[in-house]
Every structure is written in C-alpha cells, then in structure tokens.
Design a protein around this ligand. Structure first.
Ligand code: NAG
Ligand code: NAG
Ligand code: NAG
Ligand code: NAG
Ligand code: NAG
Ligand code: NAG
Ligand code: NAG
Length: 491
C-alpha cells in the first residue's frame, strides 16, 4: 500500500498491475462510515482530529480513494479530466457493495473538463478544493438535445455536456465541506452575447434519468449557463449550496428542477444573473409530447439576489406541467420579481397547486408577476391550440418593502389564470412606485388582509381566511441525512 503512494514508482509500473493493486488497496482501505468515532470540532467547524472528516449524507460510503491516487495534479494548470474519469470508472466497479465508494478531492486547484458520475458514489470536495472548468471548447463533448426540449437552449441541435454529468444513476452524492466548483464562465458569456456559439453552453452539474441524488455543501461560481440541473429524476436533496455569478451574466440560473418528482431544496444562498430557482418541465410541442411534470417540490430557507430575474420562476418551459410546489422561508434582496409564472400559448401543460408562505422581500420591481404571453418558442412548429392551465396559486404571510409595483398579473385572454389566493401580505411601496400598484388582466381569485389593496380581480374574501398551504409532508421531507466520516490517507 505504501508503494502506491509513491507516484514515481506507480508510473513505472505496468498499467494492468497498477489497476489490480489499486483495486486491492481501495478494498483494503475500507473505512466504515457507520461506526461511531471520537470526533471533535476544531475552530473551522470541521473535523481534523486524527485526520477524520465529517460530512452529512443520505448514504455513507465504504470505499474511499483520492484523485491523487489516479494521477490527479491540483496545480491549476494540469488537466485532470482523465484522472477524474479513470477514478470514477474504477470506483464504480464496487457498485453498492458495503454502501458504495467516495472520491476525495484534496486542497488544490483541479483544472478539468467534463466527467461522468457513477451509481452508489460520492464526490467529496475539501473546503480548499476548487474544481476549475476548462475554458477550451474542444474539451467539451457535444451531446444530444434533451427530448423534452427538442433542441439546445442557446442554439439548434446538440449541447455541450455539463462539467459534472450523470445519467441513468441511482444513489449519487456531490458534496464537500463547502468546496468550490468554478465554471470560469466569462468566455462563454462573451461568445453567447456575440452569437458565436455553435452549441448550447454547458451547465455545472446535470443529472438525468436518476434516482436518489444529493447535492450539498458546495459553492458554485461563474457557471457558463445554468448551475444545477436535475432532469427526469426523482428523490433529490439539494442543501447548503452557495451559488455566485455576476448579476449581469446571461442565463446563470441557480437551481432548475426539470421534470423531477420529490425534490427538496433548502438552505441555499444564490446571487445570479437569472432566476435563482427555475422550475421547468420541457418546451412547447417537445415538452407536451414528453409529458413529464415537475411535482412534489419543496423549497425552503432560500436567500436570493437576482436584480434582473425572479427568486422563484415557474416556467417558462412548463409544457410537461408543474404541480404541488411548496416554498417557505424565502428572503429576496434587490430582485426583479418574487414569484413569477411564465407561460404562453403554445406551451400547453399546467401550473397548479402552488403554495408559498413566509417570504420577505427588500427592493423589488414586482412582488408578484404572472406572464401569459412569454413567447420564446422552440421553433415554429408550436401548437396554437396548446393553452396552458394555471390554477390554484396560493401566496400568504409575506412582507415586502421598497417595491415599485405590487403585482403585474397577466393571464391569457379567453383562458384566465384561476384560483389565485393572496392573504396576509404587506407591501410597502418605494418612493418611485408606479401609481397603479396592482395591474391584473385575465386572472381570477380572492385576497384577504393584503396591503396595498389588490385589483378588483382579487376581491377580499368574507371572513379573512388564510390561503392554503398543505399540512402533510412530502415523502422527500422525511429522508434523513446522517453524519458520515472517513479518513483520507494523505493526512
Ligand atoms: C459521458 O456520458 C455521455 C452521455 O451518456 C457520453 O456521451 C460520454 O461519452 C460520456 N463520457 C465519458 C468520458 O465516458
Ligand atoms: C437511460 O434511461 C432512459 C429512460 O429510462 C432510457 O431511455 C435510456 O435508454 C437509458 N440510457 C442508458 C444509457 O441506459
Ligand atoms: C461557503 O463559501 C462561500 C464562498 O466563499 C461563502 O460565501 C459561504 O458563506 C460559505 N458557506 C459556509 C456554510 O461556510
Ligand atoms: C452542510 O450544510 C447543512 C445545511 O446548510 C449544514 O447543516 C451542515 O452542517 C453542513 N455539513 C457540513 C459537513 O458542512
Ligand atoms: C402574517 O404573516 C407574518 C409574516 O409576514 C406572520 O408572522 C404572521 O404570523 C401572519 N399572520 C397570520 C394571522 O397568519
Ligand atoms: C429602493 O429601491 C430603489 C430602486 O427602485 C433603489 O434605488 C433604492 O436604493 C432602494 N432603497 C433602499 C433603502 O433600499
Ligand atoms: C396593465 O396591464 C395591461 C395588460 O398587460 C397593459 O396593457 C397595460 O398597459 C398595463 N397598465 C399599466 C398602467 O401598466
């Protein structure tokens, strides 16, 4: 085992022998994450006692290896694409045996292209580890467009694969003690704005067709486009993520649950150039044909700064439907809108059973915004009879200050947005506020205890009843994260 720590020796060995020894070594390095251990917190709040690290996860792992075991070099210059893929391919061979495997990324700057995850696997970034996404476009393979989108979001045809990509997986975790993933997105933003991109920009993390996903305790910086994109997946926990992008960077959405079931997003801090959370389910005729909704989604304890976009957007791609979204304990600072429904004729689908409570907003253009004529079609084959259904939208217990316009609610003529309920909401207008505080067209609903007085389309309800918020929990709320620990052998 000591032999393998010596990289010079390792490189001189025959490849096959290295592999056999490596597997034997990893098997032997079986740190059972479930035994109790005498850990203490140091002044950083992390454990370094006896070289153990503590982390919280749905599943603890049995086998661990470090990226340095596979030739990784954290100098910010050497490409680690091959090291990551080799490491993950080898660790993937353990499958679920003993709880699966963990790849440790130690302190350093780890330049890399895209790599694919495997099942029963944890990628762990040390707090001083930075994954640096390569800026070389040629290092990004191009993959098929998403079936529910029919084309790339930036350009026709394929799309650059995401930095961290996974498909058809079960039980996959990306976590760390607040380690960093830096997308180095600025050249992508420049090319996008200049119309020079051949394909759609990569995301930082995309997981497709997967079940049981945890993404937690990380900082994501400067993504080329969207940051976290779970799609066609279920049972997802996204927790303790900091996402930072310049507020003028294009399409740097924070977290985009897309055609996903049973998702929990909590304790996140997002500053971005687009929506902090954008709930999606496919685009026009492609999304309608695919027909996979996003449902059973809880968003809580989110802080968002998004001067040009929404704190929580529903759409605009919602053609597979969005149902049963519960958001609570949200703080918005200097954002364009609080909650925004974006749709239009041709989208089809539905947005229904939406519940939001406990929302504090400072400096907003609109607290509430609904847009029924969003446009932005995938192509000219959209169906003009595909009218979206928007119903049972509940907003309550909110305070906002320095707001330019309380609400701009625009439904679709002949297809009103119905069942809107707004209660116990106090909005203090900015000195520069519009004279018209509520502007409502083609919407129907009720209000109760709302200041300033809502539009006539939302008359006060008799008896001052609070809007609905479900009392029974979603299944994902009962999924527990445990304390796990392991001992990286470099210490
Ligand atoms: C990663 O997965 C994608 C999609 O399945 C595939 O096209 C690509 O070749 C994979 N990359 C590697 C390095 O295996
Ligand atoms: C992944 O799952 C999807 C949906 O079930 C399926 O269509 C696809 O063939 C699978 N891909 C692989 C590589 O197994
Ligand atoms: C994680 O790091 C980011 C960026 O340095 C910082 O803003 C954030 O407060 C950190 N989060 C925690 C929980 O330490
Ligand atoms: C991860 O983040 C969660 C939620 O923010 C926090 O409670 C937990 O202490 C963090 N764990 C580690 C190991 O940093
Ligand atoms: C009204 O909303 C505030 C939060 O903005 C909350 O503290 C209060 O309990 C709510 N009142 C009622 C009657 O629900
Ligand atoms: C109020 O909002 C305006 C923009 O409408 C902004 O310029 C101003 O700084 C805000 N004031 C405070 C006290 O946040
Ligand atoms: C109110 O909304 C309608 C429909 O979008 C729009 O035509 C009108 O100009 C708005 N009025 C004001 C004063 O903003």
């Amino acid at each position: 085992m000591e032999l393998l720590k010596n990289h010079k020796t390792l490189h001189m060995m025959n490849q096959k022998l290295v592999l056999i020894l490596l597997l034997a070594f990893i098997s032997a390095n079986n740190v059972n994450g479930r035994h109790s251990s005498p850990l203490h917190h140091n002044h950083h709040g992390h454990n370094h006692i006896k070289g153990y690290f503590e982390y919280s996860a749905v599943t603890c792992r049995a086998y661990t290896a470090s990226i340095t075991d596979f030739g990784g070099v954290g100098d910010g210059v050497t490409s680690n694409t091959k090291a990551f893929q080799t490491a993950i391919d080898h660790l993937g061979q353990f499958g679920s045996k003993g709880g699966g495997s963990l790849l440790f990324v130690p302190p350093g700057r780890w330049l890399t292209g895209s790599f694919n995850l495997t099942s029963h696997f944890t990628l762990f970034l040390h707090q001083d580890a930075v994954l640096l996404a390569t800026q070389d476009e040629n290092e990004w393979p191009v993959i098929e467009p998403l079936p529910s989108y029919g084309r790339g979001r930036d350009a026709d045809g394929g799309r650059y694969i995401s930095l961290i990509f996974g498909t058809n997986l079960t039980d996959v975790i990306i976590t760390g003690n607040n380690g960093t993933i830096n997308g180095q997105g600025s050249p992508w933003w420049v090319k996008f704005r200049a119309g020079q991109l051949k394909y759609t920009r990569p995301y930082l993390i995309e997981i497709m067709y997967s079940d049981s996903i945890q993404i937690s305790n990380l900082t994501l910086i400067d993504s080329p486009s969207w940051n976290v994109h779970p799609i066609y997946s279920s049972n997802i926990i996204i927790q303790g993520i900091t996402i930072l992008a310049p507020v003028r960077s294009p399409n740097t959405d924070g977290i985009n649950p897309d055609s996903c079931t049973n998702t929990r997003i909590e304790d996140c801090y997002i500053v971005s150039g687009d929506d902090c959370i954008a709930v999606k389910s496919g685009w026009d005729e492609y999304g309608i044909a695919y027909g996979m909704p996003t449902q059973q989604l809880v968003i809580r304890r989110l802080t968002c700064i998004s001067p040009t976009s929404a704190v929580i957007a529903l759409g605009s791609e919602m053609s597979g439907g969005i149902q049963d979204v519960r958001a609570e304990d949200i703080v918005a600072i200097n954002s364009e809108s609080g909650i925004r429904i974006k749709t239009g004729i041709g989208r089809g689908g539905f947005v229904k059973d939406i519940y939001v409570k406990g929302f504090t907003m400072h400096t907003m253009k609109w607290a509430f915004w609904m847009t029924g004529n969003y446009g932005s079609h995938a192509d000219d084959k959209w169906d003009p009879s595909a009218i979206p259904i928007i119903q049972n939208i509940n907003y309550r217990d909110m305070v906002a200050e320095n707001v330019t316009m309380a609400a701009r609610l625009e439904g679709i003529a002949g297809d009103p947005f119905t069942g809107i309920c707004i209660s116990n909401v106090t909005i203090a207008m900015s000195p520069f506020a519009k004279k018209l505080t509520w502007n409502c067209t083609d919407v129907e609903g009720v209000s109760s205890d709302v200041t300033p007085q809502p539009c006539a389309a939302l008359p006060p309800v008799q008896g001052g009843k609070a809007c609905d918020f479900p009392e029974e929990k979603l299944p994902i709320e009962d999924v527990k994260v445990h304390m796990c620990y392991y001992k990286p052998k470099y210490m």
